[in-house]
Design a protein around this ligand. Sequence first.
Ligand code: GFB
Length: 319
Amino acid sequence: MSEQVYDLAGKRVWVAGHRGMVGSAIVRRLGDEPIGELITATSAEVDLTRQEPTEAFVARTRPEVVVMAAARVGGIEANRTRQAEFLYENLMIAANVTEAAYRGGVERLVVLGSSCIYPREAPQPMAESSLLTGPLEPTNEGYAIAKIAALELGKMYRRQYGFDAISLMPTNLYGPGDNYDPVSSHVMAALIRKVHEAKVAGAPSVPVWGTGTPRREFLHVDDLADATLLALSTYAGEEHVNVGVGEDISIRELAELICEVIGYEGELEFDPSKPDGMPRKLLDVTRLRGLGWEPRIALRDGIAEAYRWFVEHETVGAG
Ligand code: GFB
């Protein structure tokens, strides 16, 4: 385990984006820590795409630590069709939160990005050093450029001002609080919903976008929260850190696993008219392992838990 570089005890911690899947996992994990105060604000209370309200909020609440989990996110179809929105909103959030944190005397900023920042044809597994070495995946270029800018902002604020910002790049995430909208969701939530609905309807098959051949790595959001808090207390480098589980699965295998967990025995019906996106985006997690971190939630267990959450929160008659 790496030595401690920062102690959260007694600190005022702002989780920007606390209601999202990632933000709420960070809030859950912070519940185990002796922090001084948890600071949160909904997007209705503070519009992080606007500089003045963001700076006024930081000046008023005086956080000592900021976790930037606020973002406009979505799966491949949302990213492909809303590139301007994803680029603009995520760029503004990153710039406003980073500048407000620096001006507000924040001691530690954690920037959360995404594995889509790497080139479409990056050698696999993708090392942090492959950033900006080739063209991006067209379906999520807007979001990727915004997340690259967020990462570079943190690095340059550290270089020029000595501002203690670190950046973490998680792989595809899933878990409680995920977005289950059929169009804007990521693949894990989308397939859980579609397989559940096929089972309930007694449908002979379930539609799966693309060819089923792309491969994806899946990290449970509670594992991400755990890795984030470890990095908060033990990592202070200017280079970003990949956060993943170190193994991937094809979309076909994922769909088969979800069918097994949910107990659906129909067929998978692939739709190649839908985009496949990146052929593969497995992260090289050597740097993360060097911090002494290991994921704890196995994929099958995580899917079973995510399905229970979906049934409880997203289905007819749900709580
Ligand atoms: O999670 P996802 O939407 O985004 O996964 P990416 C897309 C992969 O799953 C593609 C297949 O190969 C899709 O063809 N897929 C199959 C489906 N069925 C479905 C479905 O019903 N819905 C969805 N959404 N996909 C995202 C980026 O890329 O990764 C984001 O767009 C972010 O910006 C996220 O970086 C982590 O993994 O392709």
